[in-house]
Design a protein around this ligand. Structure first.
Ligand code: ATP
Ligand code: ZN
Length: 285
């Protein structure tokens, strides 16, 4: 019995998908131009597919699980298949953009306009929710050139930095959807497949937690210890070890990436020295 996972064959999600499996301790032979392969140390079969096809394959049970952008799932699979985990990579947004020369005040300015997109489903829902009637032109690629060639007045397309929009004389005016890569699953997995999936999710969560946290080591004068320990959240409470030099201790703890800079500042102010911050590979709480 194996769990079958569909991932993107090539493109923006391919490498990060493979990397995630690797970080989960799953080794796969990633032969070029292969349709499928098997993990050598986990009961996992990997299918390499176009991202657009992944929701359908998972829905039909040809693959049991898949890694794909939330945007693709919402567009291709209605109602969407089961999301089991957000993966934290492939972040982008589906956004509305108009020519820079257009005076844009609110979404009402799109009423009666022609909007080009590869996401007619998501866009249709969004416009309906906003009470806007517009003509949706579905095109499959290079959406950003549509206004320039007179095919549309506005576009709705995926954006990460916005540089493609800028180069095409467009400005972003509305966010339709925020998206990232997600792990989706067929909802009729056998008990055994569910067990394998649970194992995989456990590993993915450990990898994700580790990425959001850092291990911190510092030296503290003993008379400042309680103040310094008070600043550190830690998994339980910080580890404190005596240094060879009398009157000093080494303090070890775990810090969340988000609170990181603020805490480092306060630690220095409180008298901490020799602060080391190191990445964590896996974290199980
Ligand atoms: P395929 O050949 O598999 O159909 P594609 O060309 O449709 O590939 P990619 O451009 O590789 O797709 O994008 C795959 C996914 O990466 C998108 O669906 C989206 O979830 C995510 N993504 C992240 N950033 C961006 C971006 N700036 N532009 C487009 N997609 C992005
Ligand atoms: Zn695609």
């Amino acid at each position: 019995m194996k769990l079958r996972i569909a991932i993107q064959k090539s493109g923006r999600l391919h490498e990060d998908s493979i990397k995630l499996l690797k970080e989960c301790g799953i080794d796969i032979n990633n032969g070029v131009n292969k349709l499928k392969t098997e993990a050598t140390n986990f009961p996992l079969e990997v299918f390499f597919l176009r991202d657009d096809d992944i929701p359908q394959y998972v829905e039909d049970g040809v693959a049991d699980i898949g890694i794909v952008g939330e945007n693709v799932v919402l567009e291709k699979s209605r109602p969407p298949i089961r999301t089991v985990e957000k993966l934290g990579f492939g972040k982008c947004r589906l956004a509305m953009a108009v020519p820079r020369s257009m005076e844009y005040n609110s979404i009402k300015d799109l009423d009666g306009q022609r909007i080009a997109t590869s996401y007619p489903g998501i866009l249709g829902d969004f416009l309906a929710k906003m009470g806007i009637t517009a003509e949706i032109h579905e095109i499959s690629g290079s959406v950003e050139i549509a206004p320039g060639i007179g095919l549309a007045d506005a576009i709705c397309d995926l954006v990460s930095s916005g540089s493609t929009l800028f180069m095409n004389g467009l400005k972003e005016v509305e966010t339709v959807l925020r998206s990232e890569a997600i792990l989706v699953a067929n909802d009729k997995l056998t008990a055994e497949q569910q067990q394998l999936l649970a194992k995989l999710i456990f590993r993915i969560q450990a990898v994700k937690k580790a990425k959001n946290n850092k291990y911190i080591l510092l030296n503290a004068p003993n008379d400042k210890l309680s103040e310094i320990i008070g600043l550190l959240p830690g998994m339980k409470s910080p580890t404190v070890l005596p240094l060879a030099e009398a009157g000093w201790s080494s303090v070890h703890s775990v810090l969340n990436e988000n609170e990181f800079w603020d805490i480092i500042e306060s630690l220095k102010e409180a008298g901490a020295q020799g602060i080391l911050v190191v990445p964590i590979e896996k974290m199980v709480i």
